[in-house]
Design a protein around this ligand. Structure first.
Ligand code: XUL
Ligand code: CO
Length: 441
């Protein structure tokens, strides 16, 4: 097989002092952190769409990156060339997982039947490539937003024919995911939302989305899918209002329609920030509801109000992300999928490598620092102490166990008189504690 990234080496760990751009400075796969290797903690994944398909096309100009990999786009030869490129890329970087949309794998044909035949062919090819390698499918999904038929959504569309087409795509994408041993199946509701309520029956649309998800769960379980279904919340873009606004909204929706046993959250950093939250906020909301499933690892730009999908470089964010993941006991069927793309002027094969090195090192360093924060214990200790008036008083314990009455609380308030101020939040102290952890070995 012809090498595609022929001038690029296998990327190895060389440590923070290395000046080699094509080496890991922090990601040392076999290093033990809190009892597990980095490789076990960090299930890094390559997003087929950004890495193997996206050329840097934007609203103002054509692509800058060549992703033909020696074959003509729109052909099955090209689909196979992308598989070859993807596997060489993952092996050279030690990436053990990949994620895909149906139409990332093959060019969409005029009919579902023909597209499905192409998917059979390409998944045979991928499966054969996976044999004997430590490379796995993290999750699959169906692209139900790109084709014009989905202009009004998939589950939320006004057209029953489009709805059935979406069902057909989901069915096949689930078949492919199971065939490749995928651990998860994602619903990102890119166009599940609306532009104006003047033409929209919101309740009708949400009931239809839930029905489609229910059918997907029933079908998935019937073909032996034992992994998790994920909702990937995002507040807007492409639609003005998207129904899966953030983790709290998506969790409420899942509970309302009885889908919460089969679904968890796939939290994307840049989506959380678009919703006006921090990345850590949406991870915490998911974790405290037992629904932290997987992560789309990227970052936005604080000066831009859209989904820039940059490779993560902010180590404060990766630290606080890994802090949430470690405290939640890890991600059962999830991983860290780099839903991230190179900047348009970073158009070379080498830039593809450098993007992943940046992302993987940022998360490896985040893991090291998060473990230090936990082992240090001061942060946890402070939070515990902050609520101690509940654990150390009789009335506090009764409130916590749901046994207190309003009258009882009121009687205590009358007896005690005006309460003392609740104690300093000491945010500045805690931020400097975090800095000390970040910048001390
Ligand atoms: C879009 C996005 C998607 C999903 C999968 O913002 O994040 O790529 O991750 O459909
Ligand atoms: Co994503």
């Amino acid at each position: 097989m012809k090498e595609i990234f022929s001038n690029l080496p296998k990327v190895c760990y060389e440590g923070p002092k290395s000046q080699n751009p094509l080496a890991f400075k922090y990601y040392d796969p076999e290093r033990i952190v809190m009892g597990k290797t980095m490789k076990e903690h960090l299930h890094f994944s390559m997003a087929w769409w950004h890495n193997l398909c996206a050329t840097g096309v934007d609203m103002f100009g054509a692509g800058t990156a060549d992703k033909t990999f020696g074959a003509a786009p729109g052909t099955m030869e090209h689909a196979k060339a992308k598989v070859d490129a993807g596997f060489e890329f993952m092996e050279k970087l030690g990436i053990r997982y990949f994620c895909f949309h149906d139409v990332d794998l093959v060019p969409e044909a005029p009919t579902l039947k023909e597209t499905n035949a192409r998917l059979d062919e390409i998944t045979d090819y991928i499966k054969q490539k996976m044999e004997g390698k430590d490379i796995h499918c993290l999750w699959g999904t169906a692209n139900m937003f790109g084709n014009p038929r989905f202009m009004n959504g998939a589950g939320s569309t006004n057209s029953v024919d489009v709805y059935c087409h979406a069902a057909g795509q989901i069915k096949k994408a689930l078949d492919c995911t199971v065939k490749l041993g995928g651990e998860g199946y994602v619903f990102w509701g890119g166009r599940e939302g609306y532009e104006t309520l003047l033409n929209t029956d919101m309740k009708f649309e949400q009931e239809n989305i839930a029905a489609l998800m229910k059918m997907a769960v029933e079908y998935g379980r019937s073909i032996g899918f034992t992994g998790d279904f994920f909702i990937e919340p995002k507040p807007k873009e492409p639609m003005k209002h998207q129904y899966d606004f953030d983790a709290a909204t998506a969790i409420g929706f899942l509970r309302q329609y009885g889908l919460d046993k089969d679904f968890k959250m796939n939290i994307e950093a840049n989506h959380a920030t678009l919703a006006g939250h921090t990345f850590q906020h949406d991870l915490r909301v998911s974790a405290m509801n037992g629904m932290l499933g997987s992560v789309d690892a990227n970052q936005g730009d604080y000066l831009l109000g859209w989904d820039t999908d940059q490779f993560p470089s902010n180590v404060y964010d990766t630290t606080l992300c890994m802090y949430e993941i470690l405290k939640a006991g890890g991600l059962a069927h999830g991983g860290l999928n780099f839903d991230a793309k190179n900047r348009r002027p970073s158009y070379t094969y080498e830039d593809m490598f450098l993007g992943f090195i940046l992302g993987m090192d940022s998360f490896a360093l985040g893991l090291i620092k998060a473990a230090k924060l936990i082992e240090d214990g001061r942060l946890d200790g402070f939070v515990k102490e902050r609520y101690s008036s509940y654990t150390q008083t009789e009335i506090g314990q009764k409130i916590r166990s749901g046994k207190a009455t309003l009258a009882e609380c009121a009687a205590i308030a009358e007896k005690n008189g005006a309460p003392a101020l609740p104690g300093s939040g000491r945010q500045e102290y805690l931020e400097s504690l975090l800095n000390t952890i970040m910048f001390t070995d």
